[in-house]
Design a protein. Structure first.
Length: 95
């Protein structure tokens, strides 16, 4: 059994790897959707979550109190950015 997983854009991850060009451009053929044992079945899902560090909220609050203009730079969607800010009690400081 082969399992491939990533959190993030696979094209960006592959750019960092030593994968051959033919592997980078490989698409999953339609016939792969079925195996000799029968069609694939979903047996579960594995959510990935990368929470802020335990000291992130305090570090950011200290920086704000010192007058630092703090920005969050992330590739996550708006809902995930807001969740991270909520977890660190930072929504009142920025949209």
């Amino acid at each position: 059994m082969e399992i491939d997983a990533s959190k993030g854009a696979p094209e960006q991850i592959l750019a960092l790897c030593n994968a051959k060009e033919d592997v980078k451009k490989k698409e999953v053929p339609e016939k792969i959707k079925e195996s000799p044992e029968g069609p694939w079945q979903l047996v579960g899902s594995l959510p990935l979550f990368d929470p802020p560090r335990h000291d992130s909220a305090e570090t950011i609050k200290r920086a704000l109190n010192l007058g630092v203009n703090v920005k969050m730079i992330t590739g996550d969607q708006l809902v995930h950015r807001c969740l991270a800010k909520t977890r660190m009690n930072l929504l009142q400081h920025s949209p």
